[in-house]
Design a protein around this ligand. Structure first.
Ligand code: 5AD
Ligand code: SF4
Length: 444
């Protein structure tokens, strides 16, 4: 039944997991204000676009979507449109000036102000709030779970970033680093378990910088993740993302020693070359990174490893690119997010270096990286044939309603015949076959 006076809000999310988590906070703030979130934009009263600025093509996709929404607004002049997140923060008033379809601009720390901003918009004016905060963590807001499979959920544990990698816009769009009260994090995990959730991912731009102090008591990230894992042995705990400069032995040992913390680490290395890492201001060397991987493999021999890689950063030579390929090969990643360098306005790299690697060279290097990763993923998956993994079932397989799909602790996708199993079950699956992307097996 439709609630009479409630208005319909459609939220579209671009970019990283943090943005998906933020959209759930926004959904909750808006629900308090009488807005129901709806899946389709077709008959919404209000559309929010939670945006990403990390690469130019992310912003171009959003501009394209705004052109479509402009056509929708012609049909329905009462439709209101808000731009949220990183692009709102980066472009501020300029975006209102450039895109007349937009009614409001709201930065990532200003979501509590949404109800006020909407009043302004309803009175026929444009509204903007892009203030960044040093404290805001939305700590006590209970997110609405958007598009949820009711099995796994994100919990945001910290916000902002102060690493200032030279290529990156995030320190400018998301502001200073701040950690969320651990009690509210553990309570959110408990609440999810009571609702039947089986997996949480603790999110932050750099989770290892998590630090909370109150009444002289200090809580570090390894302590926090142990507290969350202690909520229930039936709850799987994952986290993203760690910065290589401070992934500690302490964290690695905590993962190794806690059964329900998943054996998967996402550790972006960006480039395998020390000179490029220096230009990127990554604050570690190739050797340091390799030492961290060796320590992970020593304590967690079966650990799933994934990474982020940038091809064609400013001044990158072919030798430097080869060092990226050789590091990938040495680590043997299970999965990687691979990008061409995209110069972002007002970042340190834009001010300090020339974006001088030609587009065709960037493309060629990216293709080499992607091809190598494809081979590494296939090699890693083939090594799993014959092994038995515990799989948390998340959904039906995309290909067939007869098969279920879920992940093992290492974060690999596993597909197997449904039989009597259901979404949300933990199932022991023996791997019989694979592709580069998926393990295929049978329940045992
Ligand atoms: N160009 C290309 N990739 C980028 N990333 C961040 N900034 C840029 C940029 N300007 C990548 C990094 C980061 C991931 C989230 O996005 O690999 O880890
Ligand atoms: Fe997330 Fe960074 Fe994109 Fe912002 S710019 S949405 S923090 S990936």
């Amino acid at each position: 039944m439709e609630i009479k006076n409630s208005k319909r809000l459609h939220i579209e999310t671009y970019g990283c997991q943090m943005n998906f988590s933020d959209s759930e906070i926004v959904g909750s703030i808006m629900a308090e204000d009488g807005y129901e979130t709806v899946e389709s934009s077709a008959n919404a009263d209000l559309i929010f676009i939670n945006t990403c600025s990390i690469r130019d093509n992310a912003e171009q996709r959003i501009r394209k979507r705004l052109r479509e929404i402009k056509r929708m607004k012609k049909e329905n002049p009462d439709l209101k449109v808000g731009i949220l997140g990183c692009m709102a923060e980066r472009l501020k008033q300029q975006l209102l000036d450039e895109e007349d379809v937009v009614d409001m601009i709201v930065g990532p720390d200003a979501y509590r102000d949404l109800p006020n901003l909407i009043k302004t918009v309803e009175s026929g004016r444009k509204a903007i709030n892009v203030l960044l905060s040093e404290e805001e963590t939305y700590s006590e807001i209970e997110p609405v779970r958007l598009g949820s499979n009711k099995i796994s959920a994100f919990i945001s544990i910290m916000r902002g970033c102060e690493n200032f990698c030279t290529y990156c816009v995030v320190p400018f769009t998301r502001g200073k680093e701040r950690s969320r009260d651990p009690e509210t994090i553990v309570n959110e995990a408990r609440d999810l378990v009571s609702k039947g959730y089986k997996e949480v991912t603790l999110l932050g731009q750099n989770v290892n910088s998590y630090s909370w102090e109150s009444n002289g008591e200090q809580v570090s990230f390894p302590e926090l993740i142990a507290k969350v894992a202690a909520v229930s042995p039936q709850l799987r705990v994952r986290f993203a993302t760690s910065h290589p400069k401070d992934i500690s032995d302490d964290l690695i040992k905590t993962i190794a020693n806690t059964a329900n913390i998943c054996k998967a680490i996402h550790l972006p290395f960006q480039s395998g070359s020390n000179s490029v890492l220096k230009r990127m201001n990554r604050k570690y060397t190739r050797e340091w990174y390799m030492d961290r991987i060796s320590t992970i493999k020593k304590y967690i021999p079966d650990c799933g490893l994934s990474t982020d890689i940038i091809a064609g950063f400013c001044g990158e030579t072919d030798e430097e690119h080869q060092e990226t390929l050789s590091l990938m090969d040495w680590v043997g990643y299970d999965y990687a997010f691979m990008f061409k360098y995209s110069e972002r306005p007002n970042t340190i790299a834009q001010k300090k270096y020339d974006d001088d690697v030609p587009e065709d060279v960037k493309s060629k290097r990216l293709t080499e990286i992607i091809n190598l990763q494809q081979a590494l993923s296939l090699r890693s998956n083939k090594q799993n044939i014959g092994k038995i993994f515990e799989v948390l079932v998340e959904s039906f397989s995309k290909r067939s309603g007869e098969d279920l799909a879920g992940r093992n602790s290492q974060n690999k996708m596993v597909v197997f015949p449904k039989k009597d199993y259901n979404i949300g079950d933990y199932v022991m699956v023996k791997i019989t076959d694979c592709t580069a992307a998926t393990l295929i097996g049978e329940a045992v």
